[in-house]
Every structure is written in structure tokens, then in C-alpha cells.
Design a protein around this ligand. Structure first.
Ligand code: FES
Length: 105
């Protein structure tokens, strides 16, 4: 089973199993990490902000203008590896992905 290595906002490390056709947001939220997902994945709230490590960041589909605008409107400091977890559908080449839940805005 594909794995996700996620660090929560408080520094707690989690090893999660990926699920086909789920978004990263859904997997993280179901596992109890501090992902609020207030808009339920419609790219409007940025409460699913995560920081994705390389080489997985480069494997993701490019951000849409809508995702960029939502992240920029969030109010927290953006990093070069900032992404919205709800906009990332699981794909097999993400096995082993390393990410951190971004600090609260
Ligand atoms: S859940 Fe709201 S932007 Fe991702």
C-alpha cells in the first residue's frame, strides 16, 4: 500500500496509507490531522494548506490560477512548496510523499 509521511502542525509525525481516488486533503482529514477543510475541497478556504517536499512536489499537476489565488488570499506566508491538499488527487507516483501541514494563517 502506498504511504504518506505527514507532519502535523504540532510536529507530530504520521505514517498514512493512501487511498485511490481520494484527495490528500481527504486522507489527512480522515486521519485526524489539523486540516480544517472548511470549504470541503472546493478550493475556496485554504485551510488545507500543506508544504510538499521534493521530489514529490515536481510530480504534482501544476497549480491552477484558482488555487494560486486562494493560497494568496489566505493571509499566511506562502512557501515555494505551498499547495492546497484538496487540489491533489492521489496518483501512484506520489508513494512515499513527505509533507507538512502549514502553520495556521
Ligand atoms: S479544503 Fe478549502 S481550499 Fe482545500
Amino acid at each position: 500500500m502506498a504511504q504518506i509521511f505527514a507532519t502535523d502542525r504540532d510536529g507530530t509525525k504520521h505514517e498514512l496509507e493512501a487511498r485511490e481516488r481520494a484527495s490528500l486533503m481527504e486522507i489527512l482529514k480522515q486521519a485526524g490531522l489539523s486540516i480544517e477543510a472548511l470549504c470541503s475541497g472546493s478550493c475556496q478556504c485554504a485551510t488545507c494548506h500543506v508544504l510538499i517536499e521534493e521530489p514529490w512536489l515536481s510530480k504534482l499537476k501544476p497549480q491552477t490560477d484558482f488555487e494560486i489565488a486562494t493560497l494568496e488570499g489566505e493571509g499566511s506566508e506562502l512557501q515555494a512548496n505551498s499547495r492546497l491538499a484538496c487540489q491533489i488527487k492521489w496518483q501512484d507516483d506520489l508513494d512515499g510523499i513527505v509533507l507538512t501541514v502549514a502553520p495556521e494563517a
